[in-house]
Design a protein around this ligand. Structure first.
Ligand SMILES: [Zn+2]
Ligand SMILES: [Zn+2]
Ligand SMILES: [Zn+2]
Length: 367
């Protein structure tokens, strides 16, 4: 039977031996504490006595803290140890919690650790910017005392960011830095890009644009109500609202056949006696002429030729406008409104073109 399991009352020798063992254990704890404090960069500022007595420590930068040697080594153990009634030694108290006010196990100086982290984070911000595709535009005014930069993300969003790398390992917990990413620095630093990636309709819109080789020309916001300009594979420049685009099979309005202008097959000349306007239109041309009459007062139709072959209306219009320009006749408004003094010239040019290009084409001359 060993000494440990003896159940008889301790002899005076046992009590003496036990007290000496405990004193030796206490000395070992004090030695371990001194070593640990030294390793962590602390200098002991007060006289070392018992393992449960507070010790003042200071770091090289002058920050100070107080611990007891036993909690410095093992906070949980510290909270379950009380001084032995005889003094000088210690014993374990089962379920003893009244000493719960012990600080945590000793660590390096948190002020200094934080400062070191900030310096490392600042130094690696440029690398972080490259890694996350941020283009640094300028120094920015910082809302806290930390450096800040105006940056632009790969998708064109501009914003101000704390110029520290949130992914630097060992960050001291705290929310004072104002990072746009999560606590561990994971995720896109651009809030707008994150907003877009969390909005299913915007994700779908971007996906379709990619699928259809449509270039989105505007910087997308994280709102569904936005309208963006597009350039499709056929080279059409159009604009579309997110919801409208998603309802169509193709994002490009012109490829979808929406709002495609019919080929002009009508040539006309209208006047109000003061101004003369030649122009082209489609269908029977009546809609355009009604607009001229009601909105511009150009009520007299001098020429109206419909059902022209494809391309003829454009050629005729170009011919008339070019000839007027070469003869020094300038429009009074826009590019097609001329002084009515030139009406005969305008009609003559059109009639001449018809005689030369479509001599047998049936057309009517209105007064
Ligand atoms: Zn310090
Ligand atoms: Zn962005
Ligand atoms: Zn198109």
């Amino acid at each position: 039977m060993s000494d440990d399991t003896r159940t008889t009352a301790p002899s005076p020798e046992d009590a003496l031996r036990s007290a000496r063992l405990l004193a030796r254990a206490e000395a070992a704890v004090m030695a371990l504490f001194a070593t640990r404090a030294y390793e962590l960069g602390w200098t002991v500022r007060s006289k070392l006595s018992g393992i449960l007595d507070h010790v003042a420590l200071s770091c090289d930068a002058g920050h100070s803290t107080q611990v007891t040697p036993v909690t410095a080594l093992h906070p949980k153990l510290g909270s379950t140890i009380v001084p032995a009634p005889a003094g000088g030694a210690f014993l374990m108290a089962t379920g003893m919690t009244s000493l719960g006010a012990f600080p945590m196990a000793l660590e390096e100086c948190q002020h200094c650790a934080r400062k070191r982290w900030e310096e490392a984070a600042r130094a690696s911000f440029a690398a972080y910017a490259i890694e996350t595709d941020l283009r640094i535009l300028a120094d920015a005014a910082s809302p806290n005392e930390y450096p800040a930069k105006d940056v632009r993300c790969l998708h064109g969003h501009e914003f101000t960011i704390t110029a520290m790398n949130p992914r630097t390992p060992g960050r001291v917990p705290g929310i004072t830095y104002g990072f746009t990413t999560g606590f561990d620095g994971a995720g896109d630093p651009c809030v707008t890009c994150r907003g877009i990636s969390q909005t299913p309709k915007l994700v779908e819109f971007k996906h379709r644009a990619r699928e259809q080789s449509v270039m989105i020309l505007d910087v997308m916001s994280d709102r569904i109500a936005q309208t963006v300009r597009l350039c499709c594979v056929a080279g059409h420049l159009t604009s579309v609202g997110i919801n409208t685009g998603l309802k169509r099979e193709l994002l490009c309005a012109r490829c979808s056949g929406v709002g495609v202008r019919p080929e002009p097959t009508v040539y006309y000349v209208v006047t109000d006696g003061a101004t003369v306007k030649p122009g082209i239109s489609s269908g029977d041309g009546r809609g355009r002429l009604d607009t001229h009459r009601s909105q511009h007062g150009l009520g007299q139709v001098r020429r109206l030729i419909t059902d022209l072959p494809v391309g003829a209306a454009h050629d005729l219009e170009r011919h008339v406008l070019d000839c007027l320009a070469s003869q020094g006749i300038r429009p009074v408004i826009g590019s097609e409104y001329f002084d009515a003094a030139h009406i005969d010239r305008v009609l003559e040019l059109a009639d001449g073109w018809f005689a030369a290009n479509l001599p047998n084409f049936p057309w009517t001359v209105t007064a």
